[in-house]
Design a protein. Structure first.
Length: 455
């Protein structure tokens, strides 16, 4: 029997995961009467809701449209598409439909630094937070990374919030006016939800609405703010910056490659604690965004030098017989896989790549070019391994494996001393593993079982 709705006016929260729980806490603190709904019979946070917020009406096993459409506000978890029929009906009736970031934007009283992109956003968000904290700025860091944005509000940081935002979260954002917003890159991902790249990119571009500063990739037209953007534009380049206000990478008189900012050398690339050319760009984005918060690059250098890669993002997993192993399990899409190959590969084709899983409708043909430059062999796993094999046919040697242990063993057999075995799946993990973290941990364990020590 479906529980009765509370007396109007009341609000509905759709989804009882971590984000839904944060919405319930936020709205409950405002004194709202609440109904929580989830399509699952046993959503992950249902027991927490019943214990912490016993007056919330909880409905599981499906959404009750009759109740939801009587609400004054429907707060939507990011896993629910913005074009869900229930949400379409709600908007057609003029109801307030908002995601957690929209609720956050309405309530936040301090400046916001917002980071999105297909890849690298957790690294940039974490590094930017470390830079600002190291420069004595009082900020709170979270969003799609770590603490949900709404759970950061009670901390009331004086100098602002640093948020990682996914496209799913941005779908329902209208009010955020960030002090500084960045799109790092845009490549094929989540096409199972958006259908085509233009829709996915439109979702990302919502981050620029009302922003004072837009930081974007000068190499990637998908990331550029729209022509009518009225704030400051700050481009970041993988090579020399063609304009004085840009950030880029150049070779110096000492033959070392340098991070450059606004026409002057900042740091030699050799000083960076993170591997790969894609991470050089991540550092540049963080420095450019920190500058928008008044932190000069020189004041950011201690935090940059002390930063360590986040788990499962191009982290060393060991070394066997002169072959090093790199865990980039977080490379869950084609763009991330390509970035890892571009960042770690050499023209002599020094990489053996373990890839595969759930492709989410991605175009694996985009991997042919980087594989042809840098990859000598691929070991394919997971449900979409046949699609990857077809895309890479004739490009490199291809093997298949049913387990991570078998994949690591075959990758080692295909490698030579001086080569790198790179786990960069280009796919989601849920066909074989609990998560990308579980996949990465199993990769590291497999390397260790073969005798892998410190890289």
């Amino acid at each position: 029997m479906t529980p009765a709705a509370p007396k109007a006016p009341f609000s509905v929260v759709l989804g009882l995961g971590v984000t839904g729980l944060s919405c319930l806490r936020h709205l409950h603190a405002q004194g709202r009467r609440l109904v929580a709904m989830d399509s699952r019979d046993a959503p992950p946070e249902v027991d927490t809701v019943r214990e912490e917020l016993p007056d919330v009406v909880v409905i599981t096993g499906g959404f009750d449209a009759a109740i939801a459409l009587e609400a004054s506000l429907i707060a939507v978890s990011p896993g629910i598409p913005a074009d869900d029929p229930l949400l379409k009906s709600a908007r057609s009736r003029g109801l307030d439909v908002a995601g957690d970031i929209e609720l956050f934007a309405r309530a936040a009283k301090a400046p916001i630094a917002a980071v999105t992109g297909t890849n690298g956003k957790s690294t940039v968000t974490s590094l930017l937070g470390a830079i600002l904290l190291g420069a004595d700025r009082e900020v709170a860091v979270g969003g799609n990374l770590g603490t949900p944005a709404l759970d950061l509000l009670p901390s009331r940081p004086a100098d602002g919030f640093v948020l990682e935002l996914s496209s799913f979260q941005l779908d329902l954002v209208d009010s955020m006016q960030a002090q500084c917003a960045a799109i790092l890159n845009v490549s094929d991902d989540h096409l199972d939800r958006y259908g085509f790249m233009e829709a996915y990119a439109r979702s990302k571009h919502r981050i620029f609405h009302g922003a004072k500063v837009a930081v974007f990739s000068g190499d990637d037209a998908w990331t550029a703010p729209p022509d009518d953007f009225s704030g400051l534009r700050v481009p970041v380049y993988s090579g020399p910056a063609p304009t004085a206000d840009g950030w880029g990478i150049e070779s110096g008189a000492d033959d070392r490659r340098w991070l450059m900012g606004r026409g002057r050398p900042l740091l030699p690339v050799s000083d960076l604690p993170v591997a790969g050319r894609h991470n050089e760009l991540n550092v540049l984005f963080a420095l450019a965004m920190a500058a928008a918060f008044g932190v000069e690059p020189e004041d950011a250098f201690p935090a940059v030098r002390a930063f360590r890669p986040l788990p499962h993002r191009c982290t060393p997993a060991g070394c066997i017989g002169g072959v090093r192993f790199i865990n980039d399990s977080k490379a869950t899409n084609v763009g991330a896989c390509r970035a890892a190959i571009d960042g770690l590969g050499e023209p002599r084709r020094n990489l053996v790549v373990i890839a595969g899983g759930l492709g989410k409708g991605a175009d694996f043909q985009q991997l042919r070019e980087p594989f042809s430059r840098c990859v000598k062999a691929a070991v394919l796993i997971g449900s979409d391994a046949p699609l990857l094999a077809a895309a890479l046919d004739g490009i490199c040697a291809i093997e298949h494996a049913d387990t991570m242990d078998a994949a690591v063993a075959r990758a080692l057999a295909a490698a030579e001393p001086g080569d790198t075995v790179l786990l960069a799946p280009a796919c989601a993990s849920f066909d074989m593993f609990e998560s990308y973290a579980d996949r990465g941990e199993r990769f590291v364990a497999a390397v260790q079982r073969l005798g892998g020590g410190a890289a």
